[in-house]
Design a protein around this ligand. Structure first.
Ligand code: AMP
Ligand code: MG
Length: 356
């Protein structure tokens, strides 16, 4: 594909009124309106933005990411009024959920209107929509015309980017602009909730959990393929079927009582190192001191699911940079956002789980 110059601009999300910030957002808006690609921070992960209503612009996203063309894009909006333009039917429940959790890390799926091109929905009659809360994201969406398709700004299959350096590593010279707004807040992608089904169904777990949604609308179903490791059912979100979020190394997740898991990881790491391989270990603050060999990284304190979520993708990328051949990871709590973390970790490991 064509190589281009990528403009990179830093923005302090607390100083959006600065002249430099205003100019950068204007520049981004101009590029998006002209059908170009701009990566920007959201509260979940960095997104690769394009005008969602312009089929040619959306196509460029697939090209830059190497994304399979049947994997639909999420349309990002900056205000609730915009929802009517892209969603044919807005169920009462969706209004309640939007009121409570938008702007925020939640995507809802609706029947699409005619203005949404099939190039954005991967040929589907439905459309995924999210209103993010990150102030930089909201400004970029507004400046770009209000309907911005923005999948995660990584090369397809690699871990999603949680800082601008990750975007640069994957997409520099393939996209027009990167807005560097620092580290993202959450670190895993949005919850996806299909509002075209009764009861609504979670297709991808995220920071907004089943319990949080059920508090607002009652029963919410969960796509089985997101929970069971060996599910043969194919996921309902087309993108969830691809090997995803994955580092280059062979990743295994070790499940079981902590003492046994530590022992098993020590044994397997020593074995691979003896064979001449480079080994990484994903530990926690409590356990990091217990490992005897390999590159040991703590993902955070065991009880802090938010910290673990925010460090997951960065650690996977660090191991890539350091040339790890094998990674052994402990497994983590599935409370709160922990459910999303374990969903991504198991996918990254292609469900390679070792039970001890
Ligand atoms: P990403 O933006 O990279 O986090 O990927 C978007 C995710 O949303 C993918 O897993 C898609 O399959 C999913 N998605 C987008 N639109 C739809 C839709 N209309 N129906 C089901 N899943 C969707
Ligand atoms: Mg993605």
């Amino acid at each position: 594909m064509e190589r281009m110059r990528t403009i990179i601009r830093r923005i302090d999300r607390k100083k959006l009124q600065n002249k430099a910030a205003i100019q950068a957002i204007e520049k981004a808006g101009g590029i998006l309106k002209a059908g170009g690609l701009v990566a920007f921070p959201t509260e979940t992960v960095y997104g690769l933005g394009a005008d969602a209503l312009n089929e040619d612009a959306a196509r460029k996203i697939y090209e830059a990411k190497g994304r399979p063309s049947d994997n639909p894009l999420i349309i990002h909006i900056a205000n609730i009024r915009s929802l009517r333009k892209v969603a044919e039917v807005i169920p009462e429940e969706a209004k309640k959920i939007a009121k409570k959790y938008w702007p925020g890390p939640l995507t809802m799926i609706f029947e699409k209107t005619d203005i949404v091109p099939y190039g954005t929905t991967g040929g589907l009659e439905t459309v995924a929509v999210r209103m993010p809360s990150d102030p930089v994201a909201l400004e970029v969406i507004r400046a770009g015309g209000g309907f911005i398709a923005a999948p995660s700004a990584n090369t397809s299959g690699r871990p999603s980017p949680t800082c601008a350096a990750h975007v640069e590593a994957d997409l520099r010279r393939r996209i027009d602009m990167i807005i560097d707004g620092g580290q993202v807040e959450i670190g895993v992608e949005s919850t996806i909730l299909d509002m075209t089904m009764t009861p609504p169904m979670i297709l991808r777990p995220g920071a907004i959990t089943q319990e949080m949604l059920e508090e607002v609308i009652g029963e919410v179903a969960v796509d089985r393929s997101t929970i069971s490791a060996d599910s043969r059912e194919s996921p309902r979100a087309p993108g969830m079927k691809y090997r995803h979020y994955a580092p280059r190394a062979d990743l295994s997740v070790v499940e079981g009582p902590m003492e046994l898991a530590i022992e098993a990881i020590n044994r397997m790491a020593a074995g691979r190192i003896a064979e001449g391989y480079k080994v990484g270990i994903i530990a926690t603050d409590e356990t990091a001191g217990r490992y005897r060999s390999g590159i040991i990284k703590s993902i955070g304190p065991r009880a802090d699911e938010m910290a673990i979520a925010s460090h997951l993708y960065g650690i996977l990328r660090e191991f890539d940079d350091e040339g790890a051949d094998y990674i052994f990871s402990e497994s983590f709590s599935t409370c709160g956002i922990g459910g999303a973390v374990m969903n991504r970790l198991l996918k990254a490991a292609s469900h390679h789980i070792i039970d001890v």
